[in-house]
Design a protein around this ligand. Structure first.
Ligand SMILES: Cc1ncc(COP(=O)(O)O)c(C=O)c1O
Length: 461
């Protein structure tokens, strides 16, 4: 099962019928292999390796296949369906646009684009004044990178250095990947950009008895010792809201020291809120946990509830740096995306999803503490805030490969009617729609606990 390839032979599993789950066939369900084989034959390998399930229908926090099996969804696909799968208000808003036949309007003005941008700016915390819209998260990061460097040129920096954090993730296009990921993910680029500087992530075990603020300052001192001077050589700092694969949050004083450093040295502070925004962590945007006001930030995923929508938001002086037409794309502000984005904000407000994320987050944390204490050390730690969490497994306690163990838990959960986020590493992530019913959240966590126990005891780990 290594390298993310799951066995596709249907296995007889326990039949399940609860208020939120139904497993009534073998798993993978008959026909899954046939369909995956068509995908394997016709689609790039880069899309392979997913769990052996074929989605047919989705509603709120439930996923269904054609055979009628039903799963509790702890993934929101990949932190997208914050307002619930197929949210009715979002669908109706998109349908209204479709019924007018206006699937696209390029950069010509439309009422929906004006209404959405006005509402988006109101929704975002001050000092956001303007936005630019795109389709994917990675595109938004490219745009933020360009804005940071344009600002550096405008303010007369000698070099256009951008500081980012080791292990953070920002997407798969050139600048986004230069700013994130591990070394192995950057090999394809050949020559590396000498003006991208990576500093270490402030994990608790890296901090030791250092404060977050001192940890940040020490990282910057190391850069300075290497001949990179903040005032003249750095124009931007990019932080992911939390580090993705393990949902690791920063110490607040780390981010505050970073914000002060940016201010003192005329450096733009940018946040990547693509995964962490739109209520996921119990705030509208994750940077609010750290009490800082970034100059600009990137959004995507939950922004459009599943319709491709991303954007960069920030102060007007930054957002207006590019000349007319210099930072648009064919699908920027697509009317369907604007309709979905507007309906998403209205749904977040109508359903109180930010407060719900906090309230349900307490249930999540409480149950994860139990899971950890019952895991015999296999869960070495977990991180949770709002409705995102990551469980980190321990190699030794898991019998050698925590990543294999995590994969087995994902598969066992799938067989039991629960979908969790597979990371391909030693973690499992949880990110249900913010609309999930309390009982479904509790039921899913209990299924996850059983899956961990089954893998621990049933398969020799
Ligand atoms: C924090 C973060 N930034 C950027 C991206 C890239 O977004 P996209 O996949 O829409 O290009 C992701 C996607 O997983 C993400 O989690």
């Amino acid at each position: 099962m290594s390298a993310g390839i799951f066995d596709r032979t249907p296995q007889t599993v326990e039949h399940i019928e609860t208020a939120y789950r139904r497993i009534s066939t073998q798993i993978p369900a008959p026909g899954t292999d046939d369909l995956l084989t068509i995908l394997d034959a016709n689609e790039s390998r880069s899309m392979h390796g997913q769990m052996p399930i074929v989605w047919d229908r989705a509603h709120d926090f439930s996923i269904y296949d054609r055979a009628g099996n039903r799963w509790i969804d702890f993934t929101s696909t990949i932190f997208v369906a914050n307002t619930g799968h197929g949210n009715r208000a979002v669908r109706n808003a998109v349908r209204e646009v479709l019924d007018k036949g206006m699937m696209h309007s390029y950069a010509y003005a439309s009422e929906i684009r004006a209404s959405y941008l006005e509402r988006l700016i109101e929704f975002a915390p001050a000092p956001v004044e303007k936005a630019m819209l795109f389709s994917s998260g990675t595109e938004a990061v490219e745009a933020a990178f360009k804005l940071m460097r344009m600002q550096g040129q405008k303010t007369g920096k000698e070099r256009l250095g951008v500081v980012c954090l080791e292990g953070n993730y920002h997407g798969r296009t050139m600048a986004a990947q230069m700013l994130g990921g591990g070394d192995d993910q950057r090999i394809w680029m050949g020559k590396q950009d000498p003006d991208i500087h990576r500093i270490g992530f402030p994990f608790a075990w890296e901090l030791g008895d250092k404060s977050g603020a001192n940890f940040f300052r020490d990282s910057i001192s190391s850069l300075e010792k290497g001949g990179i001077h903040a005032k003249k050589d750095i124009c931007g700092l990019l932080l992911e809201g939390y580090q993705g694969w393990n949902a690791a949050f920063y110490p607040t004083d780390y981010v505050q020291a970073a914000a002060e450093w940016c201010q003192e040295n005329n450096i733009l502070l940018a946040f990547d809120e693509i995964q962490s925004g739109f209520g996921r962590t119990g705030k509208k945007f994750c940077f609010e946990h750290y009490n800082v006001k970034p100059d600009l930030f990137c959004c995507g995923k939950g922004m459009g509830s599943g319709i491709a929508l991303s954007g960069v938001l920030g102060r007007a002086d930054i957002m207006d740096l590019p000349d007319v037409g210099n930072m648009s794309s064919t699908n920027s502000a697509n009317p369907m995306a604007c309709a979905a984005g507007l309906a998403t904000i209205k749904e977040i407000e109508r359903l109180n999803l930010v407060a719900e994320s906090v309230r349900k987050g307490r249930i999540l944390r409480r149950e994860l503490m139990k899971l950890q204490s019952e895991s015999g050390g296999r869960i070495s730690r977990f991180s949770a805030r709002g409705l995102v969490a990551a469980l980190i497994f321990d190699d030794v306690k898991c019998g050698g490969s925590a990543a294999d163990f995590a994969d087995k838990v994902c598969l066992k959960a799938l067989e039991s009617g629960l979908l969790v986020v597979r990371t391909g590493r030693e973690s499992i992530k949880i990110g249900p729609p913010l609309t999930i019913a309390d009982e479904a959240l509790e039921e899913g966590l209990s299924v996850l606990g059983s899956a961990i126990a089954d893998v621990s005891w049933g398969t020799g780990f």
